[in-house]
Design a protein around this ligand. Sequence first.
Ligand code: HT7
Ligand code: ZN
Length: 881
Amino acid sequence: NAVIHRADYRPPAFWIDSVELCFDLDPVKTRVLNRMRLRRNPDQPAQALRLDGEELNLARVLVNGQGTSFKLEDSQLILENLPEGNAPFELEVFTTCAPAKNTKLMGLYVSNDSFFTQCEAEGFRRITYFLDRPDVMASYNVTLRADKAAYPVLLSNGNLVEQGDLDGGRHFARWVDPHRKPCYLFALVAGKLVAREQRITTASGADHLLQVYVRPGDLDKTEHAMNSLMASIAWDEGRFKLPLDLERFMIVATSDFNMGAMENKGLNIFNTKYVLASQATATDTDYANIESVVGHEYFHNWTGNRVTCRDWFQLSLKEGLTVFRDQEFSQDLAGEASARAVRRIEDVRVLRTAQFPEDAGPMAHPVRPDQYLEINNFYTVTIYEKGAEVVRMMQTLVAGEGDPLGRAGFARGMALYFERHDGQAVTCDDFAQAIADANPGSPLARLLPQFKRWYSQAGTPRLKARSHWDAATGTYSLALSQSCTPTPGQPHKDPFVIPVRLGLLDAEGRQISDGLHVLTEDSDTLTMSGLAGEPVPSILRGFTAPVILEYDYTDAQLLILLAHDTDPFNRWEAAQRLAIHRALHFIRSGEHVELDAPFVEAMRAVLRHPTLDSAFKDLVLTLPSETYLAEQLDEVDPQRIHAVREAMRMGLATALRHDWEWVYEQNKDTGAYRPDSRSAGRRALAGMALTHLCLAARTSGDPVWPGKTLQRFKDAGNMTDRFNALAALVACGHELAAPALASFHALFKNEALVLDKWFALQAGAPDHGGNILPVVKQLMQHPDFNLRNPNRARSLIFSYCSANPGGFHRRDAAGYVFWCERVMELDAINPQVAARLARALDRWKKLADPYRGAAREAIARVAAKPDLSRDVREVVTRALA
Ligand code: HT7
Ligand code: ZN
């Protein structure tokens, strides 16, 4: 239970060159014969071999075919009497494990009568004794044996080299992976599965077989995943010249999975949520997520698999970079500039609502952490999303003549990275160095040591801007300064390198200038002269750095930006600021919420705008989330925030009623279903219109729009329209919601992913007088609820505790009591999932009383449980510190 420190990294004392694994698969007792070829690492002092192992039964250990002495200590198999010298030797370890009892879903486990593995980060040690660390890369030769009728499909990484029947109704398959890999990329799958297949020829002329494996009955839901895979392969070849390096590339879907998906070499294993889609069962958001997750896992084949991490502190080396790549992929596929901007805004929204709070809370850590207790707790939005922003800043900082966005410079850097490090396990420093070296003379190359503070310093920097206008000389100056509040273990921060894209608009909204400024000092002033009038600054265009921008925009300036800024990100941001100003005013003053005419008119102008995309309108009209509003306050009363936001929503619903009607009519028909960005945007806006029309009907008592919404729910030709209609009825608490929910359940009772939506919708619904918790408790008794299935647990428990602040933060503390009980209950089943739930109260110190005291008590109750997992213990201990 010791803390692991980055500074303690040492290369391994032994290398494992090759591994021969033979599995006799049985849910109750699987036998694993592991034959390894090892040699001492000549660069390390002579020492014992310590192999990691967890929940294994050890039956036999042989060295070069002979019995040997060994010790079992602290989940390690220790061998002291190994051959001297640097010659390779063979180590054979025979163990058994119990996949059916594996509720942690790490290592080898059973889901729906099939076998799956999850080895990242430290799951391989639950399969066999091994040097379970990413810098030990070996060749794998894997034989799977199992009952043929129960497990007709036997898969592992690489190429199928042999298969056949065995006695007793059993069969076998032997797989050889042509690429050396760390053990976290090992995978096996065995079960009754069927595959959609596609043969492709890539640009180099090589032929490949692509397969998407699912349970029989789900094959008709795999077309989109296959299309996404083909698009990913083409994109990586086109943009980064990175080809598919395998004859066969497989995706397998399972409904029991701790995360989204896993990039095992040639055998990606996915949560069904990110594979299965049909227009009847999946929403536009599901389609978009599948595209991005399939892309993400495929892109790992180079960024993660061909070049991997030296140690887990370097996790963002592969995750931040691969998120950046999947974001770019989704933007490129979206096509037009406006659709790209919508993607960018959505990505920033995730960063600001999830990562900024993490960076300000007890679990704050640098993109390259210095220490951890449990690595599974560090698969965070900081490693992934902030890590992607750090990579994006590198691209921005290598821009040059003829390459205004830095794409060509960044691609050069990637090429050099692979030239230097293909087949190696490396660090974030190695990556940054390659990008900088490929772009000598760029700001990144000049500022590299300082730029790397983004890797070492936690916390979100604040960028303050103050302007001064001298009418007499026509001189405008903008003073920029930066600061960053202390985070756990880091009381002092040095200045960051902050790329700031800045535009200036005149009073009519015409652009005067646009350029990139790089802030490197604590403060700096930009001056422009010869101006005819005071300009409006458009600061941090495109969100060029993951910072909090503080500038006292007037409403008049924001209205100009919202109406005219050529940068769509800042156009959206202007609307957010207008809404935040108002929300914070009502929250702080306690005044009755009444929306002012300029705000309403600005929103109306957006809704009625003749050329703006529907998806963009949807984003502008979406008020900042309760979580984001809470981050703007020093002391948080969640009920007050909820009430104000709901009242503002109601204000927009009633004041713009005719506009919503018009918008609905304009957007309601999208023709034959296609999940492209344009029609998805129209469906989203039509859904938003329905929600507002139903809300408005709540005050007027008018039955027309709830009735129309119910009809749309019944007639819908796709899940997006059907679900949006259902959500509109639920959001306004209309009496038609209950029968609609019942009919939705009846229609989709055999579709697990749709039932997840059904649970999530009810648990995440706006709270009216504390009505949600009783609903959640009742739903826990529903025959379709199962705490052991992570998707189902997330759909009900997480939707309530982590995504419904108005329902969760109750003055009577019942939400916290519920949270505490579920964390402890889940911890006994699946600590990784429990630890994620434990994070729902990360920001408890910001709460006003009585919430604060009650939240502390609930966390302390969890912390006091004696047999807590390391995962949950780390989260609650940090929260209480
Ligand atoms: N690299 C993958 C991480 C992952 C994972 C980690 C811990 C436990 C379960 C897990 N499943 C997948 C996912 C990715 O980023 O692509
Ligand atoms: Zn990843």
